[in-house]
Ligand binder design. Structure first.
Ligand code: AFP
Length: 341
């Protein structure tokens, strides 16, 4: 049974603990929560109001845009633009950065988001989500924002989180140096109510999540790691269980609560040769902040995800994220394989 702490009250309580806070970040978080309430309403009605299917457009990632993606993107851009708190927006659905005319000179924050992650699952009613990153503006107030405001490393994030639209809708977020808290949407009162306080992820999990169809193109060491997980070892709780939805936010959320590791390695062949698939600013970085603040880890194979300084808006990265000891083990396997080459 949940206490009756709404997300709004939780945000205000957190703000009280920050002497000197202007309240703008709290208002911004609340704007994001409001946008996600609107998005979740459409997600649950999508089949009835003909929001399923494709718009026919192709987005910056070369993927066909689903109608709900476009809708979710519009809701977030509109809400954040009207709020006067954000000087710059980056969206996975939009080629270039968005400068909200209303608040470009006065907004103290920068937001990047994937409005609807896992969109290829929409038409089958599989869980999908919204993921967001919040940075403080770097350029001086009063002027126009710059690309550098958006191209900041994860260590500079002031807050990040996600909403999963699943059997229930849940918002999870964390702030710099803070705990990770979860709020379940109660449709009868129209509020996100605090349901998970100070989430900690187990040091070692028992689930692995990876698209095994790509095994032949994985970078060296990843297959060795997955083989280890399948090998019976009662002391380590092995064999692990395999779970892969194909919606990062849903796979990540389950592993965060139960313990486990999500892998999306660099591809060694095909069109993505030498690159990962997931987007740094909209997917990997915000989830890395949540994972780390919950006691887990997130790595690209080369460096901790939160240390990567983005050079492009739609930059992709390999991602190994989840329970700390599992992430450490996959990195050790990759290192050993590279040493052998
Ligand atoms: P879509 O938004 O196009 O469905 O992509 C989802 C995603 O970015 C991420 O949510 C999944 O974890 C990942 O791609 C799945 O990728 P594969 O289909 O290659 O396994």
């Amino acid at each position: 049974m949940y206490g009756m702490v709404t997300i709004e009250r939780h945000i205000i309580e957190q703000e009280r603990d920050q002497p000197g806070a202007s309240g703008m970040l709290s208002e911004l978080l609340y704007d994001i929560a409001l946008s996600c309430k609107i998005i979740q309403r459409e997600v649950t009605r999508a089949g009835l109001i003909e929001l399923l299917g494709k718009t026919g457009d192709i987005n910056i990632q070369g993927e066909t845009v689903a109608k709900l993606d476009e809708y979710a993107n519009d809701v977030l851009v509109r809400t954040l633009s009207q709020g006067q708190r954000v000087c710059l927006i980056g969206s996975e659905e939009v080629d270039d950065m968005i400068v909200p005319a209303e608040s470009a000179t006065v907004g103290k924050y920068v937001v990047a988001f994937d409005p609807l992650d896992g969109s290829s699952n929409i038409d089958a009613n599989v869980s999908i989500g919204t993921i967001f990153s919040i940075f403080r503006r770097r350029s001086p107030l009063g002027g126009q924002p710059t690309r550098e405001d958006l191209l900041q490393p994860g260590n500079e994030l002031v807050a990040a989180g996600y909403v999963v639209y699943g059997s229930s809708t849940m918002l999870v977020y964390t702030t710099k140096g803070g705990t990770v808290n979860g709020f379940t949407y109660d449709p009868s009162v129209g509020e996100f109510l605090r349901s998970h306080i100070a989430i900690r992820t187990p040091d070692r999990g028992h689930i692995y999540s990876v698209n095994e169809g790509n095994t032949e193109s994985w970078e060296p060491g990843v297959e060795d790691f997955v083989k280890r997980l399948k090998h019976a070892d009662p002391d380590l709780g092995r064999p692990y269980t395999s779970r892969y939805i194909g919606s990062l936010v849903a796979d990540f959320h389950r592993n965060l609560l139960y313990g486990g590791v999500f892998l999306y390695p660099r591809s060694m062949s095909g069109g993505r040769k030498g690159r990962g698939k997931l987007r740094l600013l909209y997917e990997a970085m915000p989830l890395a902040m949540v994972a780390v603040n919950a006691g887990g880890a997130a790595h690209s194979g080369d460096q901790p995800v939160l240390d990567i300084v983005p050079t492009e808006l739609h930059q992709r990265t390999p991602l190994f994220i989840g329970s700390r000891l599992d992430v450490e083990e996959v990195l050790a396997c990759m290192q050993a394989a590279n040493g052998k080459r």
